[in-house]
Design a protein around this ligand. Structure first.
Ligand SMILES: [Zn+2]
Length: 253
């Protein structure tokens, strides 16, 4: 089986001790491709190093809403420089997060600035939306980007507005958490096969059975299993569709 984990964070400090080893280990698994996402300027170089060192790794560069207070004034120039790399195929992750306390107006400004840059460069975006569904979709409708709503768990009506814009959605092991899988499952059931991606968001969000442990990209296997069960199709079908969709949205040849 060939799996594309469309959202990993091997740049995260939780992998500082064994990053190269764990990425090398993926060569022995079904994970044949990863998109390493990015959260703040401090890790831009780490993401670039990962995509340089591993054939199967592509990357994105951008500012996560949780890091907006630390973001330097010249961040857009820095993103602009990094995305010249041929294996940086998206801008993100960006968006709104009202779970934490970063000022909303600051989050919105940095979100809009990155969307505007993506538009200018004609690049897909990776969207983070936590507890900010209505504001996020309104801003997306302003800019009409191409890209992916990652780990989305809001109302289906809002997801459908994103589909109307041509966007994709990625599902992770949240599907396995009885405490909060109702919304992601409802979204999964409403997602057309040509818009669906799979991800882990590792090191975060391990499968429920090992929820205290660090997650790794191979845990995307469990996401495939859950989607196949919930939608009544084979795991191979889910793997293949999500792989094709990831290549298409990130424009990887
Ligand atoms: Zn992420």
């Amino acid at each position: 089986m060939k799996l594309f984990d469309s959202h990993v964070h091997y740049e995260d400090a939780q992998f500082n001790q064994d990053r190269i080893e764990r990425l090398n280990h993926l060569k022995e698994t079904d994970v044949k491709m990863v998109l390493n996402c990015c959260s703040d300027v401090e890790v831009f170089d780490t993401v670039l190093n990962i995509v340089d060192q591993f054939d199967f790794a592509y990357g994105s560069i951008g500012i996560h809403p949780h890091w907006t207070l630390e973001t330097p004034d010249d961040y857009l120039d820095r993103i602009r420089e990094c995305v010249k790399h041929p294996k940086i195929v998206a801008i993100g992750e960006m968006g709104l997060d009202y779970f934490w306390n970063e000022p909303k107006e600051l989050q919105k400004r940095i979100f809009r600035e990155q969307l505007s840059l993506a538009k200018e460069l004609n690049m897909p975006v990776i969207i983070h939306d936590r507890d900010a569904h209505e504001d996020t979709i309104e801003i997306l409708e302003e800019f009409k980007p191409k890209g992916v709503l990652h780990r989305y768990s809001g109302p289906v009506e809002i997801l459908e507005r994103a589909f109307d814009l041509g966007m994709y959605v990625s599902f992770n092991n949240d599907l396995s958490y009885p405490e909060w899988n109702e919304a992601p499952i409802a979204c999964l059931m409403a997602t057309p096969w040509d818009r669906l991606l799979i991800e882990t968001d590792c090191p975060y969000a391990a499968p429920y059975k090992r929820k205290e442990e660090r997650c790794e990209a191979e845990d995307v296997r469990n996401v495939v299993k859950m989607i196949a069960e919930l939608r009544g199709v084979s795991e191979e079908f889910v793997a293949q569709k999500s792989y094709e969709n990831a290549l298409r949205v990130y424009e990887i040849k």
